[in-house]
Design a protein. Structure first.
Length: 257
């Protein structure tokens, strides 16, 4: 009798990646975890994180002071889907509006038409049509303009393997715009928040944690502003493409030689 071992798609894909990495001249990885993995298969591995360009922030546009308008404005930019916390954000707004003048701005595309229909049903059922503003997919310039007019950047995730170690570009865009960040407590995100002290980690799937985090920032505005400044300083000092562009140019030069 023959025995068979079934390997899941992720395992098979990783084995294929490892094999291909051993056959090419160089590997580019977006974080240290991937660098360590591919070093076992290729000596030439360059880390190039997914950082935004330094000039995404126009020096001609003055950011308004945090919490200076009549409503506290939360903002999310990116794909709108269940796994990226769409309905958790709506639940949080439903609870927050009982005690605070709150507005959630959403920018991006819905994962599917069915999801979009669910979104509008939730808005109606939760009675939060005056508290949520959907702007759709905007140009990058317009997206950044809306970020700079907001108070808190939010990004909630579900338990997916691919979310554990990613460093989402929206985190760096929130930081660049001086926003305190509320983000799900997953390994890579925890490292960023703990290192830069620019936000609050919330338990995976916990709407109550999100409500508490927003409430803390509202009640501690000076602390929130300090977090925003920490993030902005970190972006200018570390998390922008200008800081790492030379790595790519050096790699090209090495390969050409």
């Amino acid at each position: 009798m023959k025995a068979f071992i079934f390997l899941g798609p992720r395992v098979v894909f990783e084995k294929l990646e490892n094999y291909l990495a051993s056959k090419i001249d160089a590997v580019i990885a977006v974080n240290q975890r991937l660098v360590k993995r591919f070093k076992d298969y290729n000596k030439s591995v360059t880390e190039l994180p997914n950082y935004p360009l330094l000039d995404i922030i126009s020096n001609n546009y003055k950011k308004r002071e945090l919490f200076s308008s009549s409503k506290v404005r939360l903002i999310y930019i990116g794909i709108l889907s269940t796994e990226r916390g769409l309905f958790k954000m709506l639940e949080a707004v439903k609870e927050l509006k009982k005690h605070h003048p709150i507005e959630l701005t959403l920018m991006g595309k819905f994962r599917s038409f069915d999801l979009q229909k669910q979104y509008f049903l939730k808005i109606e059922n939760y009675q939060i049509s005056n508290n949520v503003k959907y702007l759709g997919h905007l140009s990058h310039k317009e997206a950044i303009k809306n970020l700079r007019e907001s108070d808190i950047g939010i990004f909630l995730l579900e338990r997916k393997e691919r979310f554990k170690w990613g460093e989402p570009i929206k985190y760096f865009e929130y930081a660049a715009c001086g926003l305190p960040v509320i983000i799900t407590d997953l390994p890579a995100k925890r490292t960023l928040i703990e290192k830069n002290e620019n936000g609050i980690l919330v338990t995976l799937g916990s709407v109550d944690d999100v409500v508490k985090a927003v409430t803390f920032l509202i009640n501690n505005k000076e602390e929130a502003k300090k977090m925003g400044e920490n993030g902005r300083r970190a972006f200018y000092g570390t998390y922008n493409w200008d800081k790492i562009e030379s790595r790519l140019l050096n790699l090209y030069a090495t390969l050409c030689n």
